[in-house]
Design a protein around this ligand. Structure first.
Ligand SMILES: Cc1ncc(COP(=O)(O)O)c(C=O)c1O
Length: 449
């Protein structure tokens, strides 16, 4: 039998001899074991010479497409101009980047930089604890906010660990890793997305430092907030003296330049951004109320929060981020309108096919982020998703798309992402490929559960 991935398989096996687990970041391990060697714009190429249109965008990082010429040119220019890791005092590029971010996201009165979203989340939680003098935090079931002990919950927790839905209350912390102290787990309270009753119950029971949540639950695809959910979170935080932290690492610059918070008109106390900010270069940002951010410079050791990191806002990353934000700012309306038009075309095309073929499937979309759920509605939380989505069909669908040269991450419920590099033709191919795949499924009667 011919194998499209012969070289990829060999490289993957070789990799496992030196890299623990066989891939950098075990979450990247995939089946089929494709090894990508090159990317440009909306295209990927693997070691066997196969070409793909990319809808994965490195877990939603590339809003402008891979290796965007202007972003790369900005990085090269920074190198040629002598930008370097100074690790001493302020720099013009840090300043420029901070000014751009503040101009884009009004709730970020002050910002600070890290090298990843994970570190920025850790700082947001630490700031919340320092500000409130409390230890307990609330996180979202089925969410992902990085791998710090406080938030290291399983990406897709299994039903046995979680147990059935509760009317109001918390779920056992579904730890994704050994080595997380029990004391930490006990102070992290896990509730379903869109469940304000549980948030209020926890806040009544425990002095809560913060609620940290993605405003759109992207870790398990695209689960939008129910009307009123985020507004109520805001009110509860005010009422109980907790901080509201939006993790916009994925939702950030996907819908607008001002973050998803601007779409819903909610001002969080702190926000975390990453990924798209630098179009794939490594950067994390934490920002928010000036009074809270001032703790990073408090003269009182009892209040002072330390944020350190050798590579924070590395000059080449800063150059990439400045260029990305300038492009987004310059083209703001046109770019987001174009992404919305592409997204809407994809959504309508797929909805027609689901109807035409009688396949039980729904596409959920927020701006340039989308996910197909094989059930009759967009899930509202992890329990809804676990009990209604057809995971097997999702896996087969993604695999079949990949075989046709359309790359979605081959694990169920992973968000698909459009970028400025996509074209109407890419969308048409995606729709037509979906039609062919789902027709085949129906003929083989595997669309049912
Ligand atoms: C919502 C969210 N928060 C935080 C993180 C962690 O960011 P990073 O991988 O840059 O550390 C991620 C990464 O996927 C994420 O999706």
């Amino acid at each position: 039998m011919s194998d499209r991935y012969t070289k990829s398989r060999t490289l993957t096996e070789q990799s496992a001899k030196s890299i623990a687990g066989g891939a950098v970041l075990l979450d990247r391990r995939i089946d089929p074991p494709i090894v990508f060697v090159r990317a440009l714009g909306n295209r990927l190429w693997d070691a066997d010479g196969n070409e793909y249109t990319d809808f994965h965008a490195a877990f939603a990082s590339h809003i402008l497409g891979h290796n965007h010429p202007e972003v790369n040119a900005a990085v090269s220019k920074a190198m040629e101009s002598g930008w370097s890791l100074m690790s001493s005092g302020a720099t013009e590029w840090d300043m420029r980047l901070a000014e751009l971010l503040r101009a884009c996201v009004p709730s970020m009165e002050r910002v600070q930089f890290t090298s990843s979203g994970n570190e920025a989340v850790a700082q947001a939680i630490r700031l919340s604890r320092a500000w409130t003098g409390r230890d307990d935090i609330i996180v979202t079931l089925g969410g992902y906010n990085g791998w710090n002990n406080d938030v290291a919950q399983a990406m897709m927790p299994d039903p046995e660990t979680i147990g059935p839905r509760q009317n109001s209350g918390e779920y056992q912390f579904p730890q994704t890793s050994a080595g997380i102290p029990e004391t930490v787990r006990n102070q992290v309270h896990v509730v379903n997305f869109n469940d304000v009753a549980s948030v209020e119950e926890i806040m009544r029971r425990y002095p809560t430092a913060c609620v940290i949540t993605e405003p759109v639950l992207h870790n398990v695809g695209v689960i939008p907030p129910q009307p009123g959910y985020l507004t109520t979170l805001r009110k509860l935080c005010d009422q109980y003296g907790a901080l509201l932290v939006f993790d916009e690492v994925k939702s950030g610059f996907r819908t607008t330049l001002a973050g998803y918070q601007s779409v819903v008109g909610i001002k969080p106390d702190l926000s975390v951004f990453g990924k798209t900010i630098a179009n794939g270069y490594p950067l994390g940002v934490v920002g928010g109320r000036a009074s809270v951010m001032a703790l990073l410079d408090s003269p009182d050791p009892a209040w002072s929060v330390r944020l350190i990191g050798s590579y924070n806002a590395h000059p080449f990353t800063a150059a990439a981020a400045i260029a990305t934000l300038e492009i987004l700012q310059r083209d703001d309306i046109a770019l987001y309108q174009r992404l919305e038009a592409l997204g809407s075309r994809l959504q309508k095309g797929l909805e027609l096919i689901f109807d035409e073929l009688g396949v039980e499937a729904t596409i959920s979309r927020v701006g340039s982020a989308f996910c197909v759920y094989f059930c009759d509605h967009v899930p509202v939380d992890w329990h809804d998703l676990m009990s209604h989505h057809n995971f097997d069909l999702d896996r087969v669908y993604r695999r079949a798309l990949i075989e046709r040269g359309l790359y979605l991450f081959p694990q169920p419920c992973r968000q698909g992402s459009l970028s400025a590099a996509h074209t109407r033709e890419d969308i048409t191919r995606f729709i037509e490929a979906s039609r062919a795949i789902l027709k085949g499924f129906r003929n083989k009667s595997v669309a049912g559960k």
